[in-house]
Design a protein around this ligand. Structure first.
Ligand SMILES: NC(=O)c1ccc[n+]([C@@H]2O[C@H](COP(=O)([O-])OP(=O)(O)OC[C@H]3O[C@@H](n4cnc5c(N)ncnc54)[C@H](O)[C@@H]3O)[C@@H](O)[C@H]2O)c1
Length: 264
């Protein structure tokens, strides 16, 4: 098992991509600190890991709350002895009616809310966990889940695109700052990953998905497990010379101009 004896803390791990990452670490022998905003969802993922013979604990954690971040990170460290891996997966992903609007219509609160979770949350927990990794002499791994939206602009998604671009930059700054401690910091940038949602898919969402699919060379959406596999790759021992890097998991969506025919 690739992560036997290692402790991995995953944020936003109660469902979808975060849950897939937590379960993948569990399957590979890591002790998984499953955290999410809602305790019940973190507990659900932890139970699934335990049911397969893995070791996991669940914590309710709002990554945007500095005091909670400090308290929970220290609890995890106390309970398991060390923290070897941090995955910053928690995010507010704007989906559903009214969640994506052009800048000229965007209320301050909409912008602030996403930055609080997607950027400040990753900053706060990376700060706490890296302090502990340094104190414990752990050559740790931090993996940030960014997005294709960090690089490729989308109409109505300034709040999300800019938050993910900021997280991509935090990855690189932290990579420089933590390199002297042999801690690596990398990003995984998913494209369109098929995840479960509450409620039915609206016609507008369906239209968006069909248009998006046309821009994916591999001609399908991704699966949470495909993101998880790349996170594990960046977190394992053999990847210690990779830092400040972003790996896209997007079926080739950002490789080039899919819509163009062969040059004539
Ligand atoms: N699904 C995609 O197509 C896609 C594409 C690109 C990037 N991503 C990124 O992948 C990650 C996971 O996406 P997903 O589709 O699984 O999203 P999701 O909305 O299903 O899950 C996000 C998780 O974060 C948690 N969360 C929200 N606010 C939080 C807070 N303040 N503190 C702690 N946890 C909080 C939620 O409870 C939820 O469990 C996100 O960072 C997202 O930006 C997803």
């Amino acid at each position: 098992m690739r992560f036997q004896g290692k402790v991995a803390l995953i944020t936003g791990a109660g469902r979808n991509i975060g849950a897939a990452i937590a379960k993948a670490f569990g399957t590979e022998g890591a002790i998984v600190a499953v955290t999410d905003l809602a305790a019940f969802s973190a507990e659900e993922t932890a139970k699934q890991i335990q049911a397969k013979g893995g070791e996991a604990g669940a914590w309710a954690l709002d990554v945007g709350d500095a005091l909670s971040v400090c308290a929970i990170v220290n609890q995890v460290r106390q309970q398991y002895g060390k923290i070897h891996v941090l995955v910053n997966n928690a995010a507010l992903v704007p989906r559903g009616p009214g969640s994506n609007v052009p800048v000229i219509e965007m209320p301050d609160e909409m912008w602030d809310l996403l930055f609080r979770v997607n950027v400040k949350g990753a900053f706060l927990i990376s700060r706490e966990v890296s302090r502990i990794m340094i104190r414990d002499g752990v050559p740790g791994r931090i993996v940030n889940i960014t997005s294709g939206s960090a690089e490729s602009a989308r109409v109505g998604a300034a709040h999300y695109c800019c938050s993910k671009a900021a997280l991509a930059m935090l990855t690189r700054v932290l990579a420089l700052e933590l390199a002297p401690h042999s801690i690596t910091v990398n990003s995984v940038a998913p494209g369109f990953i098929q995840v479960s949602h509450e409620g039915p898919i609206s016609p507008a969402r369906r239209e968006y998905m069909e248009a998006f699919l046309k821009g994916i060379p591999l001609n399908r959406f991704g699966h949470p497990e495909e993101v998880a596999r790349v996170v594990l790759f960046l977190a394992e021992e053999g990847s210690e010379y990779i830092t400040g890097e972003t790996i896209k998991v997007d079926g080739g969506a950002l490789a080039g101009r899919t819509f163009l025919p062969k040059s004539a």
